[in-house]
Design a protein around this ligand. Structure first.
Ligand code: M6R
Length: 611
């Protein structure tokens, strides 16, 4: 996690660094800091808490004449969020300063050696160890690229570093391994950042560093070196995102804006893939043909958090459409057991950011076993994309709010399309495929209908905002929807919410039910409707308050419910993509009503780049 940014050019570095950090706030926000280099001197400024505190500090400093600097926003891994632990970190003589994203696993042993050589440490971080180590190596060569190279050869773990040395004015040296870092190329200015978002306003030209490469940038020169320090010539890419993706466009929070973007996001994915209900769909980037698919005897889906919930829906969809057995597992669990993936396995990695460390490790493992790796992601330039044999870019536009919303819906739609693609390639049930295509094509207008009823959900959220616990129930393909709705509520309102398969209620959780525990039930008209309704009866009999999310509620059942939200009719299989919007809005309005920091909930970061 953490966000890093670097700038060398002609503009005021303070403004560029603070603005860049503003766009990286979703990566962490325990503390922040910048280091500025001018006249052979490096000065470091830090603040605790939100970035605004650093902005306020820098306003008082009134620095306008510095054109080189590095910045950092922290999500604490080693050591408490204190000023001493905030980045940038320097060596003892303050000649060298750096910012870091990642974790150095062997920092303790290196620290002990450095202490024996006279280093004095002021923080508990692994990052300060890197600063002292690079400074130590610099003492041998007086060359920052060489010093960084020999220092990182001694490190284990993951990192992206931006490093400045006072003897190398108007220059930043940077490197990465298993953590993102890109170079933004400008006119008479160059940038470094862990994410496009920090630099897109200034340049659309970017160069991605490969693992182990080192770059040295000045305002008019970008040099790239391979791990062995031979010169490299990486491709220049044109960045995809428009700056307006980074604006709230009049909404109070990014989360609400992103929820409202969902109809267009779905239209956008479907646009060039489904022409009509009859024609075959085309998935550019998915390199699977009839011969490779015939070999596949199992599919494994690996993901974390919200993406894992999309994967759980994927199991229902792909098994239903293709009959191929699908297992779904949290990446962090997958890594530490014997994997049975082989060359007849299709492994689908799902990740909004494409940067999630656990998913990256799991995918690297299955690649070694010869499995075909298909990545579903919102970031086609990400580390996971680069590991893929097949890539499904969900193209949802940048998602700023830490709580994933539009990317989830886009992942679901991608999974429907993938299921259809596999089924059509293997010549399976054409009628079923046509029905699902029809449902997908009508999904955007149904999403619009749900969004137009948001006032009802807002009122409901206010009514229920005082409860401390919720249970969300559903069956079948909407069980993951219950999990996702509960996760959203937990993440942004800090209210305890648990998702259960409705049939499991009587196997334990029912013990908790009374008038203080609202039960939210998802009841689409379909094969499990009557079953979920029976579970609602059980909850009603225990005085639980009941909220129904349904296409309609029969007259005879209406009295069971304290409240309900009626959504347009939708087929069972596509219903998760519609139902989830109600739960996203419910979570959003509760958190907003409680005055929570919706876009940047405590303790969370948008990209979880540490295992
Ligand atoms: O970028 P990823 O999809 O791999 O991220 C996985 C999870 O960290 C992420 O979905 C997390 O659960 C979100 N905060 C959900 O809102």
């Amino acid at each position: 996690m953490c966000g890093i940014v670097g700038y060398v050019g002609y503009q005021n570095a303070v403004d560029i660094l603070l603005d860049g950090l503003k766009h990286l706030e979703y990566r962490g926000y325990d503390s922040s800091g910048i280091a500025l280099m001018s006249n052979g001197e490096i000065k470091v400024y830090k603040a605790l808490g939100k970035l605004q505190n650093l902005v306020d500090t820098m306003k008082k400093e009134k620095i306008t004449s510095c054109n080189t600097g590095i910045g950092h926003i922290r999500w604490a891994t080693h050591g408490l969020p204190t000023l001493a632990n905030a980045h940038p970190h320097s060596c003892n003589c303050k000649g060298l300063t750096l910012v870091h994203n990642g974790i150095i696993e062997n920092y303790q042993e290196i620290k002990e050696t450095l202490i024996k050589n006279g280093a004095i440490f002021k923080s508990q971080t692994d990052t300060e160890v890197a600063a002292q180590l690079i400074a130590f190596e610099y003492g041998k060569t007086n060359d920052l690229v060489q010093a960084v190279s020999s220092a990182v050869s001694k490190l284990k773990g993951a990192w992206a570093f931006c490093v400045m040395h006072k003897n190398e004015p108007e220059t930043i040296v940077a490197t990465r391994k298993n953590a993102p870092l890109l170079i933004g190329a400008g006119e008479n200015e160059n940038f470094l950042s862990s994410d496009i978002a920090a630099i897109i306003k200034y340049t659309k030209k970017a160069i991605y560093l490969n693992d182990g490469q080192i770059t040295k940038i000045s305002k008019d020169k970008i040099q790239i070196f391979n791990e062995d320090l031979t010169p490299a010539s990486n491709r220049m890419e044109i960045l995809p995102f428009e700056a307006h993706s980074l604006s709230k466009m009049g909404y109070k929070h990014f989360m609400l804006k992103e929820i409202h973007e969902q109809p267009d996001v779905v239209r956008n994915i479907l646009q060039d893939k489904i022409k009509d209900e009859i024609s075959d769909i085309a998935l550019n980037g998915v390199n699977l043909d009839i011969n490779s698919l015939k070999k596949i005897n199992r599919i494994q889906i690996i993901a974390c958090g919200t993406s894992l919930h999309a994967g759980l829906v994927g199991k229902y969809v792909i098994e239903d459409l293709t009959g191929i057995p699908v297992s779904v597992e949290a990446s962090s669990e997958y890594i530490y057991r014997r994997s049975i993936a082989d060359e007849n396995t299709l492994v689908i990695g799902i990740s909004q950011s494409g940067e999630t460390a656990d998913t990256i490790t799991a995918i690297k493992q299955v690649k070694e076993k010869g499995a075909h790796v298909l990545i579903i992601t919102n970031r086609k330039e990400s580390l996971l994309s680069r590991l893929s044999d097949s890539l499904f870019h969900i193209n949802a536009g940048i998602e700023v709010s830490v709580a994933a919303t539009k990317s989830y819906t886009a992942q679901l739609v991608s999974i429907y399309l993938l299921g259809i693609f596999i089924a059509q390639t293997l010549n399976m049930d054409k009628k079923r495929i046509q029905e699902i295509k029809h449902e997908l094509l009508t999904l955007p207008s149904k999403l619009e209908a749900v969004l137009s009823g948001e006032l009802t959900i807002k009122k409901l959220a206010k009514k229920y905002s005082g409860f401390k616990n919720f249970i969300f129930i559903a069956r079948g393909i909407n069980y993951p929807t219950a999990l996702e709705g509960a996760l959203k509520l937990k993440e942004i309102s800090y209210i305890n919410a648990t998702g259960y398969p409705a049939g499991e209620l009587k196997h334990g959780p029912i013990a908790m039910l009374d008038e203080t525990m609202p039960v939210l039930a998802i009841l689409n008209k379909g094969i499990v409707y009557d079953k979920v309704m029976s579970n609602c009866e059980e909850a009603y009999a225990r005085q639980a308050k009941l909220i129904g999310v349904a296409n309609e509620i029969d007259e005879r059942h209406k009295e069971l419910f304290d409240d309900f939200v009626i959504i347009p009719p939708v087929s069972d299989i596509v219903s998760p993509a519609l139902n989830v919007t109600v739960l996203q809005l419910f979570a959003y309005f509760i958190a907003e009503y409680l005055g929570k920091d919706v876009d940047q909930p405590r303790n969370l970061a948008k990209s979880v780049t540490v295992e």
